[in-house]
Ligand binder design. Structure first.
Ligand code: TXA
Ligand code: MG
Length: 457
């Protein structure tokens, strides 16, 4: 099977028609287009494949790339497990494009389930966005049983990536989608990452450029008292705690798995997020790597990877030959990198056809603010090459990536950096950790790193 990467510009797939009030964005919306652009044709091709075949389609969300299938058809959902080689007891998240679509799942076949009130403030504030809520699966559920892996609940989220929303809309069905990596690998945050893992196993990867958030959604369970966080992610615990009913939300996950305890989010028990090279995680406050400690991780290839964040100096302050730097600098090509950082024309129109201006009062509605972020484009981090001189025979090849000091940049670049360094066949990847209390999504970043790490310093 040949795997196509289909580039899609989110400004060329039509306009979003909103019904009446800004709030209704979450409820229901339509897609309108005048010209059939190549981008839209790609979207339609993907939607048709989702409806009529059992081959999943990879698509971008604001968190990570997902591997989608029609959540209502067993054979289609089985396709995901086959392609990913994912254990079948690990349930999938159901992605919807509107509240209406979610209500249809809850109310189908005479069922009267509704979205539990505890989730209302969260949905208002964080959808569309990186938050997954656990809901009761109705008795005669339209969802394929493979989606829930035998649980009586299902996870649902409305992503804020316009590409994801439009794909779900065009497919006309909710999409079950795990991250589009091969099981145990770091989640993909660019189309190329999906290709690296799943080449030849799927037909299409919709390429919307590198993801905005870079770590997966936060999974919350409000069906228990007190409510709990099953997986830290794109919405921070501090933000959740500010919502009515969520002030006392408890942490229901463990960074490092404990023996004998059954994890409540089944996905959290497996080896996860790991590049091929062993990851050596330096917790915030640990002494930074010295020539001696680095020496311990150097193997036959004499190649080292370093990921810096808040405070490590280049090459951890060890002697390097930077004359080589220019000549051997390695650049990763990011597609679609130059456009839509500033949208001047509103992609939203009202039901009577008038463009909705991007004014302050419209922007004040959280759903809009969330959605507009899906237009921002990013680059993937690049590695610089240098020769590192330790006190052991001859230079060591060092590939180093600096993710910057900003939390958002660190989260966005993390998985990409782990994959990037793997490409150079390094013996080990040393990572500068951050403080969990740093705020924002530091907790999610450290959770992923601790799971990826072989050694914690
Ligand atoms: O950001 C994301 O959530 C991405 C993108 C593609 O949307 N998706 C993602 O899916 O990360 P996946 O399959 O890699 O992770 C789903 C997580 C797992 O930890 C799984 O155990 C948990 O959600 N989960 C799903 N349904 C659940 C349920 N009914 N009860 C408890 N945990 C559930
Ligand atoms: Mg995953």
């Amino acid at each position: 099977m040949h795997t196509d990467i289909l580039p899609i510009d989110p400004t060329k797939i039509g306009q979003i028609v909103l019904h009446d009030s800004p709030e209704s964005l979450l409820d229901e919306w339509d897609l309108k287009w005048e010209v059939n652009t190549a981008d839209l044709a790609h979207m339609k091709r993907a939607a048709a494949q989702l409806r009529s075949t059992d081959i999943p389609v990879a698509f971008p969300t604001e968190t990570v790339y997902g591997l989608g299938a029609d959540a209502t058809r067993s054979t289609a959902v089985q396709g995901i497990f086959q392609v990913k080689q994912r254990p079948s007891d690990n349930p999938l998240i159901v992605h919807v494009c509107s509240i209406q679509q979610l209500k249809e799942i809850l109310r189908s076949n005479g069922s009267h389930e509704s979205i539990p009130a505890i989730y209302q403030p969260l949905i208002q504030k964080f959808w569309p966005g990186p938050l997954t809520v656990i809901l009761p699966n109705p008795k005669e559920s339209p969802l394929a049983p493979e989606v829930t892996a035998g649980l009586s609940t299902f996870g649902a989220r409305m992503p804020r990536s316009l590409l994801a929303l439009v794909l779900i809309k065009l497919a006309g069905v909710p999409l079950a989608a795990p991250s589009a990596n091969a099981s145990t690998r770091p989640s993909p945050t660019a189309a190329e990452h999906v290709k690296d893992d799943l080449d030849g196993r799927i037909e299409m990867i919709l390429d919307g450029g590198p993801c905005d958030v870079g770590v997966e959604s936060t999974v919350v369970d409000g069906l228990t008292h007190p409510p709990s966080i099953l997986r830290p992610g794109g919405i921070s615990i501090e933000k959740l705690r500010k919502c009515p009913g969520w002030e006392d939300v408890v942490v229901g996950y463990k960074d490092a798995p404990e023996k004998g305890i059954k994890p409540r989010a089944p996905g959290m028990k497996y080896r996860h997020y790991s590049p091929k090279a062993p990851v050596i995680l330096y917790e915030a406050g640990a002494e930074r790597p010295t020539a001696e400690t680095i020496g311990e991780y150097i193997r036959q290839r004499r190649r080292l990877g370093i990921i810096r964040t808040k405070s490590w100096p280049p090459a951890c302050g060890l002697p390097i030959d930077s004359a080589n730097d220019q000549e051997k600098k390695v650049w990763t090509v990011a597609r679609l990198e130059e456009h839509v950082n500033n949208i001047s024309e509103s992609p939203f129109i009202s039901s009577n056809g008038n463009p909705l201006p991007l004014q302050e009062d419209v922007l004040a509605e959280p759903g809009f603010v969330n959605l507009l972020q899906s237009y921002t484009q990013h680059r993937v981090p690049v590695a610089s090459f240098m020769s590192l001189y330790l006190d052991i025979s001859g230079p060591i090849d060092l590939w180093e990536i600096s993710l910057g000091r900003e939390m958002k940049d660190i989260a966005r670049g993390l998985f990409s950096a782990l994959r990037e360094l793997d490409k150079y066949g390094v013996d080990a990847i040393l990572v500068e950790g951050i403080n969990d209390d740093e705020g924002d999504i530091a907790t999610a970043v450290m959770n992923r790193l601790r799971k990826a790490a072989e050694v914690r310093v």
